[in-house]
Design a protein. Structure first.
Length: 1161
């Protein structure tokens, strides 16, 4: 037992069958095992199958949802690698004695072999994989193979005899092929994962991939072997196998025949341009035919061709400088990449494969065709009447699984990327105002919407689920136990299943995932049935990486351990008795040991945590007592940290010296998503990666007439408004439910989902008939003002039927939600701010005092700014009063003095994008000289003496050195011709970057145009003429990720200012994360869509943006980040960088011109 926060160190174990050792290199050991004992041998276990009344005979059919809240709660997350978790909660049953080390030792529970067959597709299945609801005549149905008959595809044909012999033989030639199967596939692959490949190689290059079917067929065998770059240390590739495979593919593969024919035509006439078109469209039914003829696969085109007609096909030319990317939806995608898995060139996924007609007749479907995931899940099933080439391809099968899952992910990403530019959101009240102003097109309103939370595994997805986990934790209290279960690839069920194929467990990650899923379901059923801890109230889990699962267990306060004796009663932390518990005691004395803190550790130090589960499931199960409340937040966040990632460093092989050298001064680091074959198969099967019981419903809310409305670009504003008015939001539906149901009036808005369900079609709340659900109000920061106070009230107010009821307390209707919060005692007073301001008045000038007050307003920490203002306004008056007397020429009244003072404060707020109007209780000045915010933002950027600026510009330009002049002319030309552009001015400190910014700003502003000068830091912004920080000017979020976007709505003064700007200068750009620039890029492409110079394919929508800085200075700050992570967060690691023109400054002006020019530099 390892206590969280406890000083005593223990070592976790996992059980494997006797005499066997877990040699799977992909298995990731628990962190404590890695840190303490490294590579110690796991506990072996002698396996015997229990017959008859085994205590492990478990029915895995799904339980019905509970109607009422049960006495326990379980939250769970299960993962594939180093994190995930289960959370389980309170129990009232006295069934905790199962966690004792003295239990009778049963045998490992076995799921048997896949003896069942799907009645629709014939796939071999385990009975535990059946659906809870059977078909007609009690037919057992399965879904992971063919979706219970929805997916109908032709089976893969029997492979050519040579492939069958190579895959199933045990002679030296077959074993050689099996060991190097990925290399052999690479020799014959028509495509590469990524790269620029011509149909004919360049003069000095060797042929690769599809070129090998087209070039020098006399030396084809050696050419193919050369493509894989066999080193001196690797064994030679068998030339005879390569020659035999070449003959087999030439005879059977339709794609190879097409390329051979293309070569023949090229040989006859090598002067005519040649294109080979791989046809995407098929005339046959994808449910019945997948073996295309050569004419159906490709068409040979000689001479010119119409690019418009071929835009959706793959076209390969004789010589081309363009990358020919193959769409994942192309039917030849898999056949091109894996010719040894699909030797006949069989078609892969097609978007027009319809759902089975038989199933369509029984029920209505929202879609007519099958998905890519369903297609691939069908393909990786075991069937006795189908070719086993794919499943027996060992490491090539692992590559296929990972590649297939990336295809599915790519398709999903394409969907989001395509649709996110079509959607906008705006408040209902804002749409009404736009309509009144005469705007009719919805695309010109609101702001662009990113759809990250619906993308499974994305940052927003994980963030929202982490919030859901906190909601469940708030509902049931702190967890008591932290449990981890890890898949054991040496399970007898896995090894027996693949024994007939002479494969290793690592060769069949699909079997590993399926078996782990079955055992995980049984474990969850144990928890939910109360066989160990009593009835659970909730479950949540998540998966990724090598299958393993973390569980947080919440128990009733009366059942929580009170002492170390109680802990030892449930968790074994002792070496088992050799005679009474031989299976738990048995360890492998293989001589392995490690030294930790000068202590030699071997297998005798390995101690299991739980005897009962360890023996039943035969895998690593760790139980820790969470004795520190400070670890709770960490546990919740740990399991939602996102997908596994790895930082890859790429080197160039140095053949002559036999060593590796870096490609350039800075290594090519890439932040990569790590996808294991087990995770890929898990996702292809459609197994859950996020599941909650009880479910958490996210409850949105809004101020009156300010609900967000989602609409598409092509819609008219009038139609958008009509549709929004006709559909009640969940919040408005709560008001109406309180009018119609007495039970609803006893619940707060957050409690509503526990007894009512939201009807998405009828847009109303209905009484809940089954299930247990928790509600969670969406998070709102304090800076949102009244919306924040509304959220506070919704946690307490019940039975509200109108907005007025929400801010009513004790029969008194208050004017604002904030006042109602005060009446309920939810807010503290602002005494500390008043005292601080009074103390500052003793030494601060009125000007300083006004700045201090404005700073406090912008910090959003003052609860009642109007009260603080009334207590302290006199300290702001002196200078403003004198200014008022001078300007107005008469004695000011108190009201006028306050108005003048407020006007000065408003002038301080407006440059920061704030206004006194944002604080409902604060008075607003009526001083006539105060500009409107929309006028002020333009006034600040145009209020320059053009004549003086023209003179300054001439002087600065004349003093530019050679590098500065090149950069100046390049940027000025782009501004003059309005051609757009993205530039980066790179130079060490003192090379004159700030001097260049001053010259550009003065030159462009002297012509009456707008230049927006921003910097990454406040100090750098002070050095720029009229400079601001980038976060302040462009509303860049403080915390950014790949889905972030600047908070700028179309039609706002700031949006119009950016649209009118001729140039954007961003100094010290390397200091900020690349996501800041990508957020601005997405925002500008939305804001500038209707401008004359808008270019959707150019960075920043065609707006001229100039970045400046030095990569040798401060880079983005990544908390606890490695060198590679920091490098990957820089702007030059962004996709925008490939469109950036770098301008170098090399001459140090400070050294060459002396100290007199230092301030200009």
């Amino acid at each position: 037992m390892k206590l969280l926060g406890h000083k005593r160190r223990r070592i976790t174990v996992s059980l494997t069958p006797s005499g066997r050792e877990n040699v799977n290199p992909n298995t990731r050991v628990h962190e404590s095992l890695q840190q303490d004992i490294g590579h110690l041998q796991k506990f072996p276990l002698t396996v015997a199958t229990r017959q008859g009344s085994s205590p492990w005979n478990v029915d895995t059919s799904r339980d019905k949802h509970l109607r009422h809240v049960t006495p326990t709660t379980l939250l769970g997350h299960s993962h594939f690698s180093s994190s995930s978790s289960f959370h389980m909660a309170r129990t009232s049953d006295d069934q905790l004695e199962a966690f004792t080390a003295s239990s009778i030792e049963p045998d490992v529970w076995s799921i048997g072999q896949p003896t069942q067959s799907c009645v629709f597709c014939g796939a071999k299945m385990w009975v535990h994989e059946r659906l809870a609801k059977g078909g007609a005549n009690n037919t057992i149905l399965f879904s992971i193979c063919c979706m219970s008959g929805k997916v109908t595809l032709p089976l893969l044909p029997v492979p050519p005899p040579l492939l069958w012999v190579l895959l199933n033989g045990d002679d030296q030639r077959a074993l050689h092929y099996q060991k190097h199967i990925r290399a052999f596939n690479g020799m014959f692959s028509f495509t590469s994962m990524a790269g620029k490949i011509h149909l004919l190689p360049q003069q000095s290059s060797k042929p690769k991939f599809a070129q090998l079917y087209f070039y020098d067929t006399k030396n084809e065998v050696q050419n193919r072997i050369n493509t894989i770059g066999v080193s001196n240390q690797d064994p030679a590739i068998d030339h005879t196998i390569v020659a035999d495979l070449t003959s087999v593919l030439d005879f059977n593969n339709s794609l190879a025949k097409c390329f051979r024919y293309a070569r023949q035509r090229f040989t006859e006439d090598s002067t005519t341009p040649l294109q080979l078109r791989l046809i995407k469209k098929r005339n046959t039914d994808g449910r019945r035919y997948n073996l295309p003829s050569a004419s159906e696969v490709a068409a040979l085109i000689v001479g010119d061709f119409d690019a418009d007609n071929l835009s959706r096909d793959v076209v390969i030319q004789t010589h081309s400088n363009l990358l020919k990317r193959i769409d994942v939806n192309h039917p030849q995608y898999l056949a091109l990449q894996y010719p040894l898995l699909f030797p006949y060139g069989e078609d892969g996924f097609r978007s027009d494969i319809l759902i089975s007609d038989e199933r369509s007749k029984q029920q209505l479907h929202k879609r007519e065709s099958i998905s890519m995931r369903e297609f691939l899940s069908f393909r990786i099933q075991m069937r006795s009447n189908e070719s086993q080439v794919l499943l027996k391809s060992r490491r090539l099968f692992q590559q296929f699984l990972v590649d297939s899952y990336t295809m599915v992910e790519a398709e999903r990403l394409q969907y989001h990327r395509f649709h996110q530019s079509k959607f906008h959101s705006h408040q209902l009240q804002g749409l009404h105002e736009c309509l009144i102003q005469g705007e009719t097109q919805a695309a010109r309103t609101g702001k662009r919407v990113i759809l990250p939370s619906s993308f499974v595994g994305g940052p927003q997805y994980m963030y929202n689920n982490c919030k859901d986990a906190f909601a469940i934790g708030r509902y049931v209290g702190y967890p008591s136990y932290f449990i981890t279960i890890t898949c054991n690839p040496e399970w007898t069920n896995i090894k027996d299943c693949i024994a007939a194929y002479s494969l290793k467990p690592s060769d069949r990650p699909d079997i590993i995932s399926r078996v782990f899923k079955i055992k995980l379901d049984v474990l969850l059923k144990d928890l939910k049935d109360g066989s160990i801890f009593g009835k659970p109230k909730g479950i949540e889990f998540q998966k990724r990486g090598l299958p393993h699962c973390h569980i947080l267990l919440f128990v009733q306060p009366a059942k929580k351990p009170r002492s170390s004796v109680d802990i030892d009663h449930h968790i074994s932390a002792e070496i088992p008795d050799e005679h009474t518990q031989p299976k738990l005691y048995k360890r492998s004395d293989n001589g392995r040991s490690t030294t930790k803190r000068n202590v030699n550790l071997d297998n005798r130090f390995v101690v299991p945590y739980n005897a009962t589960w360890l023996l039943k499931y035969g895998c690593h199960i760790n139980v820790e007592y969470t004795c520190q409340t400070s670890a709770i937040k960490y546990l919740f966040k740990y399991v939602h940290k996102g997908n596994d990632r790895v930082t890859a460093s790429f080197f160039r092989s140095h053949d002559s010296a036999g060593s590796d050298v870096t490609v350039d001064e800075i290594q090519n680091y890439y932040d990569c998503r790590y996808i294991s074959a087990c995770e890929a198969s898990w996702r292809l099967f459609g197994f859950e990666i996020q599941y909650k019981e009880p479910n958490v419903i996210r409850l949105p809310f809004h101020l009156p007439n300010e609900q967000n409305v989602l609409y598409e670009d092509y819609q008219l504003i009038e139609n958008v408004i009509d549709a929004a008015v006709s559909k009640d939001s969940m919040f408005i539906g709560w008001f109406k439910a309180n009018k119609n149901f007495d039970l609803a009036r006893t619940l707060t808005y957050a409690e509503m989902p526990s007894l009512f369900v939201w009807d998405k079609r009828g847009y109303m709340w209905r009484p809940r008939k089954q299930g247990n659900v928790i509600g969670r109000l969406t998070h709102i920061p304090h800076s949102h003002g009244e919306e924040y106070f509304l959220r506070l009230l919704l946690n307490y107010q019940k039975g509200c039927q109108t907005f007025a009821d929400v801010h009513s307390v004790g029969g008194i209707v208050y004017d604002t939600f904030k006042e109602a919060c005060y009446a309920l005692g939810l807010l503290q007073d602002d005494r500390e701010f008043i005292d601080a301001l009074n103390e500052a008045s003793a030494w601060a000038s009125p000007n300083y005092f006004r700045r201090l007050f404005a700073m406090l307003l912008m910090s959003n920490n003052i609860v009642r700014p109007d009260m603080v203002w009334e207590k302290c306004w006199q300290h702001c008056v002196d200078n403003s009063l004198l200014s008022g007397r001078h300007n107005l020429g008469f004695q000011c009244s108190v009201r006028e003095i306050k108005s003048i003072t407020l006007a000065e404060i408003e002038k301080l707020l407006q440059p920061n994008g704030r206004s006194l109007n944002e604080f409902p209780d604060m008075p607003f000045p009526d001083y006539a000289g105060l500009p409107e915010p929309s006028d002020s933002i333009f006034f600040d950027e145009l209020n320059f003496d053009r004549t003086e600026l023209a003179s300054i510009a001439v002087d600065l330009i004349s003093r530019l050195n050679r590098d500065q002049r090149v950069a100046f002319d390049t940027i000025a030309t782009a501004v003059h011709h309005d051609t757009g552009g993205f530039f980066f001015v790179c130079g060490y400190g003192g090379t004159g970057k700030t001097f260049l910014w001053n010259a550009l700003s003065a030159s462009i502003r002297s012509k009456g145009d707008i230049v927006l000068n921003v910097a990454s830091s406040g100090i750098a912004a002070l050095l720029l003429p009229n400079g601001q920080t980038a976060h302040s000017r462009f509303k860049v979020p403080l915390s950014v990720n790949q889905d972030s976007i600047c908070n700028i709505r179309q039609g706002t003064p700031l949006a119009r200012l950016i649209s009118s700007a001729k140039l954007v200068i961003w100094d010290e750009a390397p200091m900020l994360n690349k996501f800041c620039f990508e957020a601005l890029d997405k925002c500008l492409k939305d804001v500038l869509r209707f401008d004359r110079g808008y270019n959707p394919h150019a960075p920043f929508g065609g707006k001229i943006v100039v970045l400046g800085g030095d990569f040798h200075q401060i880079l983005p700050v990544i908390p606890r980040g490695s060198r590679e992570e920091i490098f990957h967060s820089c702007i030059n690691a962004s996709n925008l960088w490939q469109s950036c023109q770098v301008l170098q400054l090399t001459e140090n002006m400070r050294l060459s011109r002396g100290s007199r020019d230092i301030h200009g530099v």
